[in-house]
Ligand binder design. Structure first.
Ligand SMILES: Cc1cc2nc3c(=O)[nH]c(=O)nc-3n(C[C@H](O)[C@H](O)[C@H](O)COP(=O)(O)OP(=O)(O)OC[C@H]3O[C@@H](n4cnc5c(N)ncnc54)[C@H](O)[C@@H]3O)c2cc1C
Length: 462
């Protein structure tokens, strides 16, 4: 039966009978119908929102929906920038927030298994209390969930040295269509049996199954983390400094940048004076043992000094924490400029970074939009952003047209339309820019093999 022929009250009532009253919300609260793309005006609609308490309830909900032809939209913390968790075609939102238990934790073996709904920041805190480190650090960590991080294969500043979320996943438990609970990998550090189905699920944005639990490997934390901040007059000198870090063989843990617009948006709250002439900023971080981090910080300082207005090297833990807190707030500061933003996540080869930063500004100017970019410079990953008033339909349309040009630019420069946020709903159709027809056919065949009825998060990652 199609969703449109089922009144939402019936879906809600039937799911409540199946899962129990506390597993289905009354009505469909707006908070479960949008994600960060709300700042560009995207909202969905749903027949019901369920909050399963365990993996068996997820399997029951998926089986019930699948049998009836009802779309299933997995939801983590709703911090995604691609509209992946927005129920654009209706259906049942399966929110994982109640599944937030640690299933097993073996600090002496550097491993943990957590349910999908554990928040990123909680996970990092739990392992830190036992002297361990989970490096992936996407922003919005207090809201995002490990299941969402796995489903988007999230990165973050320290992905430059430590890799993205998927690099830390040794096993997954997931519910696949038509409602079956499966486990792939586990508390093992290597596994080359069969095709890598685990990797297919990582980054699949809820379109192949619902992740219910994740096994992760951990490491001891670096003893010390010491950042260096450089301010530059222009894009050319800032990106030259970034290239100098790599060229000098300095193994930075993070290598970030902000262009003039992003810096202006957040300049007021920077925890130290920002030089008047600064139009570009680079943040690099050295980590390791006290000695190693100290040596690397000195090398970074030298590499970043060439062409800089000022270079700062905070040494006290409080100053380092304040710097990263500020960096996390950049996205919000940019949104605050005009109340909304269309913010993408293209990635380019590192030697094309300067060109990508400059041409982002040109694209925005051509469409009459306030524009800026910042991001994970070491990974060539830009958050190219058009600042908009989300209530202004004409401005939003111009920003959408500008985003299309941005995707074309990424492909022209030998990059990709998405380095972090995924395709979701907002980049639907864009994969064809960078993949051949044969690859697109394989992509569709994978989806079909996992989800023959096309009910797992329909309309996304296409
Ligand atoms: C301020 C800010 C900073 C950010 N910085 C970064 C960054 O540095 N790096 C980065 O990569 N991202 C970043 N993001 C984007 C976002 O936080 C990440 O993509 C995050 O991992 C999404 O997790 P979530 O739990 O909020 O997922 P949601 O937004 O709820 O969902 C994202 C996608 O995953 C699917 N999904 C969620 N949970 C599951 C599950 N259990 N099983 C199957 N599918 C699921 C959804 O259907 C959707 O397609 C940032 C976002 C904000 C707001």
């Amino acid at each position: 039966m199609s969703t449109s022929s089922r009144p939402s009250s019936t879906v809600e009532r039937d799911l409540r009978a199946l899962l129990g009253a506390d597993a289905v919300l009354p009505g469909t609260p707006a908070a479960y119908l949008s994600d960060e793309t709300e700042t560009r005006g995207l909202h969905g609609h749903a027949e019901a929102v369920c909050l399963p308490a365990d993996a068996e309830q997820v399997a029951s909900a998926v089986a019930w929906c699948y049998e009836r032809g009802i779309p299933i939209v997995p939801r983590g913390g709703g911090t995604g920038y691609a509209g992946g968790a927005v129920p654009t075609e209706g259906g049942v939102v399966v929110a994982l927030e109640r599944m937030a238990r640690v299933r097993s934790f073996d600090p002496l073996l550097w491993r943990i298994e957590v349910e999908a709904g554990v928040r990123t920041a909680d996970l990092r805190r739990i392992v830190r209390e036992s002297g361990l480190y989970f490096p992936p650090d996407p922003g919005a960590a207090e809201q995002s969930q490990i299941g969402g991080n796995v489903a988007t294969n999230a990165g973050g500043p320290h992905a430059f040295k430590y890799g993205v979320t998927g690099a830390w996943v040794t096993g997954l438990e997931a519910v696949l269509a038509p409602g079956e609970l499966v486990r792939i990998g586990g508390a093992i550090r290597k596994d080359v049996a069969g095709y890598d189905v685990k990797k297919l699920l990582i980054g699949s944005e809820g379109t192949l199954g619902v992740v219910t639990s994740v096994w992760l490997r951990l490491i001891p934390p670096p003893e010390t983390s010491l950042p260096v901040v450089g301010f530059y007059r222009d894009i050319a000198s800032g990106t030259a400094a970034i290239a100098a870090v790599l060229g000098n063989g300095i193994a930075a843990a993070a290598l970030e940048y902000l262009d003039a617009g992003a810096l202006d948006a957040a300049r007021g709250s920077f925890p130290a004076p920002v030089p008047e002439a600064a139009r570009f900023m680079v943040i690099a971080e050295a980590d390791g043992s006290g000695n190693e981090a100290g040596r690397l910080q000195a090398e970074l300082r030298e590499a970043l000094a060439d062409g800089a207005e000022t270079v700062r090297a905070p040494a006290f833990a409080g100053d380092v924490a304040a710097l990263w807190r500020w960096r996390e707030g950049v996205s919000i500061a940019v949104t605050a400029q005009r109340g909304g933003k269309v913010s993408e996540d293209i990635v380019v080869p590192l030697d094309r970074l300067a060109e990508a930063v400059e041409r982002t500004l040109e694209i925005g100017a051509r469409h009459g939009l306030a524009t800026c970019s910042w991001g994970h410079a070491g990974d060539g990953n830009l958050h190219s952003t058009f600042m908009v008033d989300a209530h202004d339909a004409a401005e939003l349309a111009r920003a959408q047209a500008a985003a299309e040009e941005l995707f074309a630019l990424a492909v022209e420069l030998g990059g990709s339309i998405s380095g972090e946020h995924g395709t979701g709903w907002v980049k639907r159709g864009q994969l064809a820019r960078q993949w051949s027809p044969r690859l697109l056919e394989l992509h569709a065949a994978v989806k079909d093999a996992f989800d023959p009825k096309g009910l797992m998060n329909p309309g996304k990652k296409q």
